[in-house]
Design a protein around this ligand. Structure first.
Ligand code: UDP
Ligand code: MG
Length: 313
């Protein structure tokens, strides 16, 4: 095996030295599977701290530590894509993807190698068995997100799954060949298919540096995931539209007959307002949902690249 490890980094100057130490000791345990030393692709995603300097220094000392530096922050998904592309260029037979903050324990790579070597699996992916240490409200929303997306999308996503995984070259080639601009990697990893083996581990808290995600960012990420992997919201508003139309036709008939039988006393103003506001709300919801999808179509047709490279080595 020739493993290339892809690591997206955004303001990780505090984590990188620890990451390098941990990986260096893991490499020794990996030797039984390696035909070539492990290569690394660190992706600097528009960091504002000393992350890039760190990467240059590493590369100078050891040319197995490659790096790509973006012209600005393009997001983790773009970092993953750039890193995987370079990993393929390096001729690796297997690609590992992990975070720089050691929340993806590098030691698990050994078990991943064990499981993937000579097996039917094209990926061994890590998932957190627990979300201990995470704010309960965040866990709750995360669980609901996975419940929802698994109901409305044909692509199943595992609750607790990380991006942390080891994949065969052919699987990575398929992922890199997907042309979409709005990339939701957790979904893409599953969408390409092949067999994935799941490796559970206990949640690890970030020790160094700070997370780049806040709650709103995660909500945004969840919406992106749903829009990229399901058209259920569009179907749902169509169904609501049909149901409401049927209901109002029925209502019209009822009022018409009642007026014929009992005349038409002017009453029912409050109920009228209720119906008008309800319909207004549903219409705006419908337009908003269509707008969300349209915005995705818009960003896809512009065909802007996922990232711009400033420097790479
Ligand atoms: N990251 C990145 N670009 C971003 C945000 C994050 O490349 O815009 C990287 C970050 O350096 C880390 C990984 O993505 O290696 C996961 O980020 P983080 O630890 O902040 O997220 P969490 O573990 O809380 O999901
Ligand atoms: Mg993290």
């Amino acid at each position: 095996m020739h493993i290339a490890v892809v690591v997206p980094c955004h303001n990780e100057e505090d984590s990188i030295p620890h990451f390098v130490n941990r990986m260096t000791s893991v490499e020794r345990d990996l030797t039984p599977w390696l035909t070539e030393p492990v290569s690394y692709v660190l992706v600097n995603d528009g960091s504002t701290d000393g992350t890039l300097a760190c990467m240059r220094e590493l590369n100078k000392r050891n040319d197995r530590w490659h790096y790509i530096s973006f012209s600005r922050n393009f997001g983790k998904e773009a970092g993953l894509l750039a890193g995987m592309r370079m990993a393929l260029e390096l001729g690796s037979t297997h690609v590992a993807v992990m975070d720089a903050d050691l929340q993806d324990p590098p030691e698990l790579l050994v078990q991943m190698c064990e499981r993937i070597d000579g097996s039917e699996f094209d990926a061994v992916a890590a998932y957190r068995k627990t979300r201990e240490g995470e704010p309960p409200i965040r866990s709750w929303f995360a669980h609901r997100f996975y419940d929802f997306i698994n109901k409305v999308s044909e692509t199943t996503m595992r609750d607790g799954a990380r991006d942390f995984r080891l994949m065969t070259r052919r699987m990575v080639e398929e992922i890199c060949a997907l042309p979409e601009v709005g990339r939701f990697s957790k979904g893409l990893f599953m969408w390409v298919g092949f067999k994935t083996d799941w490796l559970g581990y206990d949640n690890v808290e970030r020790e160094f540096g700070t997370t780049s995600w806040n709650f709103l960012g995660l909500v945004h990420y969840a919406i992106d995931g749903i829009l990229a992997f399901s058209i259920w919201p569009l179907e749902a508003i169509s169904v609501i539209g049909v149901a409401l139309s049927a209901l109002s036709l029925f209502f019209l008939l009822f009022i018409f007959i009642r007026a014929l039988l009992f005349g038409d006393p002017v009453a029912g103003w409050p109920s009228l307002i209720c119906v008008v506001t309800l319909l207004g709300g549903v219409e705006i919801l419908g337009i908003g949902t269509i707008g969300l999808y349209l915005s995705k179509v818009y960003s896809e047709v512009k065909k802007r690249p996922n990232y711009i490279v400033d420097e790479q080595r």
